[in-house]
Write a protein that binds this ligand. Structure first.
Ligand SMILES: Cc1cc2nc3c(=O)[nH]c(=O)nc-3n(C[C@H](O)[C@H](O)[C@H](O)COP(=O)(O)O)c2cc1C
Length: 201
């Protein structure tokens, strides 16, 4: 009883954190978030999601700067996805950092030719976000590297930090303590207007 209430509360109060303090995430907490991700289900039990866990300030900066450069060279079309259009416009203005210098940036990669690559990465990401909330850590899904995952310059950088040639990045997560007075993430659930349920009886 207590357990199911705790799990449901942890799921319901997970919110995206986009401003982080410099406070480091302990190795113990980071390992727990990563293990929660690794215990996600996968299609056919493939377990081919590959987590690139970036805590190096230098690498985080390199990735953010390259993403900004690549987005700033793109044009917004009428059918450009809203968030991507915002990344392009912010990059053209300058000073765009998609990961907002969170202490930890986790990229989720998977085999390029595997049909469940995005689905498996999504399960891993959701598990990590729920675990982060349970540990009082903030987190946010960041999709920018997925949008750039066939850009040669980005691929070169990613190969240099451990991405394998047959893999691509399908999602990302920022992780750290929220930049709030008590260091806790916002936990007010957003009202559900969508995610419709149809009972078939
Ligand atoms: C597939 C997916 C992609 C997302 N991409 C981004 C992103 O690139 N940058 C960002 O700040 N938030 C991103 N988000 C977070 C959503 O904006 C956020 O979950 C949504 O607004 C609901 O807010 P909440 O997470 O606080 O409940 C993404 C979420 C999902 C599920």
């Amino acid at each position: 009883m207590e357990k199911k209430e705790t799990v449901f509360e942890t799921i319901k109060t997970r919110r995206s954190t986009r401003n982080y303090s410099d406070r480091e995430v302990s190795k113990e907490d980071l390992d727990m978030v990563l293990e929660a991700g690794r215990f996600a289900p996968s299609g056919g039990n493939n377990q081919t999601t590959h987590l690139l866990v970036i805590t190096s300030q230098e690498i985080k900066e390199k990735i953010a700067k390259l993403a900004e450069k690549l987005f700033s060279g793109m044009e917004v079309m009428p059918d450009t996805y809203k968030s991507m259009a915002s990344a392009i416009l912010s990059s053209k203005k300058g000073g765009y950092n998609f990961h907002r210098n969170a202490p930890v940036l986790i990229l989720t990669a998977n085999k390029k030719t595997y049909s469940n690559n995005i689905a498996d990465c999504s399960c891993v990401l959701e598990n990590m976000m729920i675990m982060a909330n349970a540990l009082d850590l903030g987190s946010c899904w960041v999709n920018q590297i997925k949008w750039l995952n066939e850009e040669p310059e980005m691929l070169e950088l990613l190969y240099g930090i451990g991405l394998r040639e047959d893999e691509r990045v399908y999602g990302g997560l920022t992780l750290g303590y929220a930049d709030t007075p008590d260091g806790l993430p916002s936990r007010n659930p957003l009202e559900r207007k969508g995610n419709e349920v149809t009972f078939v009886i």
